[in-house]
Design a protein around this ligand. Structure first.
Ligand SMILES: NC(=O)c1ccc[n+]([C@@H]2O[C@H](COP(=O)([O-])OP(=O)(O)OC[C@H]3O[C@@H](n4cnc5c(N)ncnc54)[C@H](OP(=O)(O)O)[C@@H]3O)[C@@H](O)[C@H]2O)c1
Length: 275
């Protein structure tokens, strides 16, 4: 299975479907990632805060693939934001990964009250120039946070990883971020299987197309020009979650999502703090 890519504003191509590695750790994490790679995934999404960068590095090495064929994303945790500490945090991530560069480095949360995300991004720009980061990105950034880092550095983030899913469709936020030339990558796209996959409208579309409800949800996100990083520990669900390119949702299929009740995100980037 070959997963298409999207060209980032920074130049490199990024797979439109990646493998979310949270919450796996240790050997089970590496085994799950190797299964994902075997079924066609080339993007591994990790974070310093997940405690599994070592397992990601092991999967990269054990896959036997050339490094250039894999796309590794990791993230700067809140406690490491700031001038000086951002560089040290990336170097520590690279050490745990056993890699000499990451394809994409994201600021995990903006933490506006702490007010260090702009200086962190400026330091990431230095690390980008030095070749340790191929593309600069952010996560959970609202448009005003993106504007602040662009004003400081002139570099538009290649990616903003945001919580987007059927119950949190966030059309205005997605459109505003996409209008900046930033690719939106949806996290928790399946809402951690907490119910939305049983929604009758989504289930009916899945039934009609002969695919799973998860495939319908992920395809809906792709047709909105988002990219996705679903997680599954199961090789079979990993495979179907990436098998999204042999069918298309019609306007009537897409309209099923208009019936999904919307709820505000619990982790509002304007106030959410995690370190
Ligand atoms: N930037 C951020 O702040 C942030 C925050 C959260 C997550 N993330 C990233 O986003 C990734 C994905 O998010 P997530 O792991 O929170 O949630 P998710 O991908 O929406 O859901 C994962 C859950 O759904 C189940 N699942 C997967 N495929 C399924 C299918 N086809 N049918 C039914 N159930 C299925 C999985 O169970 P099984 O394992 O049993 O299949 C797992 O429990 C994470 O792994 C992480 O890399 C980023």
């Amino acid at each position: 299975m070959s997963i298409p890519t999207v060209k980032l504003n920074s130049g490199p191509d990024m797979p439109v479907v990646g493998y979310g590695t949270w919450p796996l750790q240790g050997r089970p994490a590496t085994d799950a990632m190797l299964a994902a790679i075997a079924s066609g995934y080339r993007l591994l999404d990790t974070a310093a805060a997940y405690g599994n960068e070592d397992a990601v590095g092991a999967a990269v090495r054990e896959s036997g693939l050339p490094r250039a064929e894999l796309f590794v994303t990791t993230k700067l945790r809140g406690s490491d934001q700031g001038r000086g500490s951002t560089r040290a945090a990336l170097e520590a991530s690279l050490e745990r990964l056993g890699l000499d560069y990451v394809d994409l480095y994201l600021i995990h949360w903006p933490l506006p009250r702490v007010a260090r995300y702009v200086e962190s991004y400026a330091e990431m720009a230095d690390l980008h120039r030095e070749g340790l980061i191929r593309s600069l990105g952010v996560s959970n950034f609202l448009p005003e946070h993106i504007d602040a880092v662009v004003a400081e550095t002139g570099i538009v983030p290649a990616v903003d990883q945001l919580q987007v899913s059927p119950s949190h469709a966030r059309p205005d936020l997605v459109a505003a971020v996409q209008a900046k030339g930033t690719v939106v990558q949806a996290w928790s796209p399946l809402e951690r299987n907490t119910g939305v996959l049983e929604h009758s409208g989504i289930a009916a579309v899945a039934e009609r197309l002969g695919v799973t409800p998860a495939q319908v949800v992920l395809r809906w996100l792709l047709q909105r020009d988002l990219t996705v990083v679903p997680h599954s520990g199961s090789p079979e669900r990993q495979r179907t979650n990436a098998d999204l390119f042999g069918f298309e949702l019609t306007p009537a299929d897409l309209a099923a999502f208009d019936e999904v009740p919307q709820s505000p995100v619990k982790q509002d980037p304007a106030t959410w703090e995690e370190f």
